[in-house]
Ligand binder design. Structure first.
Ligand code: RRO
Length: 308
């Protein structure tokens, strides 16, 4: 079965790809994604300067999910700009993710990364892990100002990665921001920020930064991810394609994201746990799910969640 998809005019050979942050910081990791069955190469969110990130331990996997407070460890945008020509040789799209520490950083990186010609640029407005820096997308006024300044600098399709919202009023406000800012695609959702996982044997959190507070991922966030995909798909009337991220562990999870309106899905926690072999397994499982249902293509399932 053909699992290829087109998002904002860019063709992806399959609908499964890495979530930014998962095995995508170094050149070696990005090349390994290129050689794998991943349908795209998504870079770690990059900053102006290289960063070592937060102190360790800063990632912890547990049954049901993961918590992280990586703190944007990355090579800096210049290194990724240099790598992009090599990464685009694999016959799959390259998505460059940018995450400024202030508004002007986004502009500088948007200009330079756009010149390097990745297939798409993703503006990450939702990193939960920088001490003292709130997630930009929780402020619709700041988000709109930033996106309106970045938009004219980007001539490849521009996506925005949003955090989860938990109230329909917030979905509605952000959907209007996204519409006004001419965003080409959405990535929903970033990790569920500022969770706390406790180790009761040691009476401590499981990660060190920010007193143990970190972004949750994996199976436990799937209902939150699906709700955000569904809410934005409905509010934007299916006009802006969505990459669904959150809780994709098995083929059936991808199917659920498709029903809610996603065109493709990203894999974070389970990619970190299983390595790049996960893409082949997910493809096999999704094909089985679609065949069981007599579906011939992904497109015919997209957004087709029925109400009770
Ligand atoms: O690097 C991180 O701590 C991080 C980022 Br930039 C992000 O967007 N989401 C996340 O869970 N971790």
């Amino acid at each position: 079965m053909d699992l290829s998809v087109t998002i904002a005019g860019v063709k992806f050979p399959t609908c499964f790809m890495n979530a930014s942050g998962a095995l995508c910081v170094t050149r070696e990791e990005l090349l390994a994604l290129g050689r794998s069955r991943a349908g795209a190469i998504v870079t770690k969110s990059m900053t102006l300067e290289p960063r070592l990130g937060n102190p360790e331990p800063r990632y912890y996997g547990f049954p049901g999910g993961s918590i992280n407070s990586m703190g944007l460890p990355n090579l800096g945008y210049r290194a990724y700009a240099e790598m992009i020509p090599e990464l685009t040789q694999f016959g799959k799209p390259v998505i460059a993710s940018i995450a400024g520490l202030c508004e002007d950083d986004f502009l500088t990186m948007a200009r330079a990364i756009n010149q390097a010609r990745p297939d798409l640029i993703e503006v990450n407005l939702s990193c939960p892990n920088i001490p003292g820096k709130p997630q930009i997308a929780y402020d619709p006024v700041d988000s709109e100002r930033l996106l309106k300044r970045v938009r004219p600098l980007i001539t490849v399709p521009m996506g925005v990665k949003l955090p989860p919202y938990f109230d329909p009023a917030h979905h509605a406000v952000m959907a209007e921001v996204i519409r006004r800012c001419e965003v080409d695609y959405l990535n929903l959702i970033n990790s569920v920020g500022n969770g706390l996982v406790v180790d009761p044997k040691r009476d401590t959190p499981v990660i060190r930064p920010k007193g143990g507070f970190g972004g949750l991922g994996g199976s436990l966030i799937k209902p939150v991810a699906l709700a955000n995909v569904r809410a934005f798909w409905t509010l934007l009337e299916g006009r802006i394609p969505i990459i669904g991220t959150g809780g994709v562990v098995q083929g059936i999870d991808a199917y659920e994201h498709l029903l809610c309106g996603a065109s493709a899905v990203q894999v974070g926690t389970v990619l970190v746990e299983e390595g790049v072999g996960v893409f082949e397994r997910l493809e096999r499982e999704l094909v089985a799910e679609l065949s069981t249902r007599g579906a011939q293509s992904l497109q015919e399932c997209r957004g087709k969640l029925k109400e009770l």
